[in-house]
Design a protein around this ligand. Structure first.
Ligand SMILES: NC(=O)c1ccc[n+]([C@@H]2O[C@H](COP(=O)([O-])OP(=O)(O)OC[C@H]3O[C@@H](n4cnc5c(N)ncnc54)[C@H](O)[C@@H]3O)[C@@H](O)[C@H]2O)c1
Length: 346
């Protein structure tokens, strides 16, 4: 049986916007391709499957997915650099929405510039062409790393100078501009959010500069101490993964006329390692943080925004975060906490 027939009447995009009153004159079938099953992609895949039905969401990566992802619905091996296979997946599955998460992150990218350039830039070109040819709504995440030392850093607005000094940042500015260009030139429905550092409990960090803010919870719960790769006072914008994934769905579902731009900053909180440690110690008595600064990551962090101005996202499509620092720390430690120091302390 065809996937789409399993959903009575298919999906109407307007009803997916949580509107109970739909005036949409026609029903549009939706088949979603989610590429890149790393720290964020797995969470997004789970959310999309819950929301749109597991058989309407096709997952893809070049790495073996975890069992629960593989067993939970369709999975296809597809290399972002193979544009023919990408085209085949989109056509054969009548894909209408595509979430493009395949990338090399900041610290990993600096360690292998040619690969980062290929995956993050050539891979993006392949995605843009296929999406434009086949009328696919495309989401590509950008990052605080798309700004650089000459950008205003506290706060950083949507529109300002962007001169990043990492291949990761350069590739993300390129993605933002190419997506916007394809929107104006070919009518591609390109949507993009600049994520802060994303903190999640149930997946491993993918080699980004903000990884410390995930690892600290693993180590606090297990050992009661943590060695940080950034200096104590390094302030960066951060967001809990539930907020990040909800923002992604909300901007994808936002009516086209509400979007005044194609790329938006989204923000939740900003903190330093020292402030994060002060919050952790409230739950893990005796917790200790020490510092062993990684010069590559520190130089990257020193060129990134300290806080993000996301007033356009809040105004245009109603963005609102749910998690501030105290809720983040409670949530992360209760995930890691069973049978550990956190549980014993509470
Ligand atoms: N994690 C964060 O804090 C954060 C912050 C801002 C933006 N982002 C963006 O979100 C996206 C996902 O980030 P993440 O943290 O999940 O990254 P990740 O490194 O955990 O996952 C990236 C995935 O891309 C896949 N991939 C790499 N090369 C590929 C190729 N040639 N073909 C197909 N797949 C390939 C990898 O196998 C991996 O599963 C990225 O675009 C990243 O820039 C992440």
């Amino acid at each position: 049986m065809r996937r789409f027939e399993e959903v009575p009447g298919g999906f109407c995009l307007e009803t997916l916007c949580a509107s109970s009153f739909c005036t949409c004159p026609m029903l549009l079938f939706i088949s979603i391709l989610c590429r890149g099953l790393g720290q964020l992609g797995v969470g997004l895949a789970n959310l999309l499957r819950k929301r749109f039905g597991k058989d309407n969401v096709i997952l893809s990566d070049i790495r073996k997915p975890p069992d629960h992802v593989f067993d939970g619905g369709p999975f296809i091996y597809s290399d972002i650099l193979d544009d023919k296979s990408l085209r085949e997946v989109v056509v054969n599955n009548r894909v209408t929405w595509l979430f493009h998460y395949s990338a090399l992150l900041s610290a990993v990218g600096e360690a292998n510039v040619p690969l980062a350039r290929a995956v993050n830039i050539t891979g993006l070109h392949n995605i843009l062409d296929v999406a434009a040819e086949h009328n696919v709504r495309l989401f590509v995440p950008s990052t605080i790393g798309a700004f650089g030392p000459t950008s205003p850093r506290n706060p950083t607005p949507d529109l300002c100078i962007q001169r990043p000094r990492t291949i990761y940042g350069v590739s993300k500015v390129h993605a933002e501009l190419m997506g916007e260009y394809y929107y104006y030139r070919y009518g591609l429905d390109f949507r993009c959010l600049r994520y802060p550092g994303i903190i999640s409990a149930d997946s491993q960090p993918g080699g980004g500069t903000t990884d410390y803010a995930i690892q600290i919870f693993h180590d606090a719960a297990r050992n009661g101490r943590f060695e940080c790769t950034l200096r104590a006072g390094t302030r960066l914008p951060m967001m809990y993964i539930d907020d990040c994934l909800r923002a992604t769905l909300e901007v994808m579902e936002a009516p086209a006329e509400s979007l005044s731009m194609r790329t938006y900053n989204v923000n939740a909180m900003s903190f330093t390692p020292e402030e994060l440690a002060q919050e952790v110690v409230k739950h893990v008595p005796g917790f200790q943080i020490t510092y062993n600064v990684d010069s590559v990551r520190q130089a990257i962090a020193d060129s990134w925004p300290m806080s993000f101005d996301d007033s356009n996202a809040r105004k245009d499509w109603g963005w609102k975060h749910n998690f501030d620092l105290p809720e983040l720390v409670t949530t992360m430690l209760s995930f890691h906490g069973s049978n550990t120091r956190v549980a014993r302390a509470n």
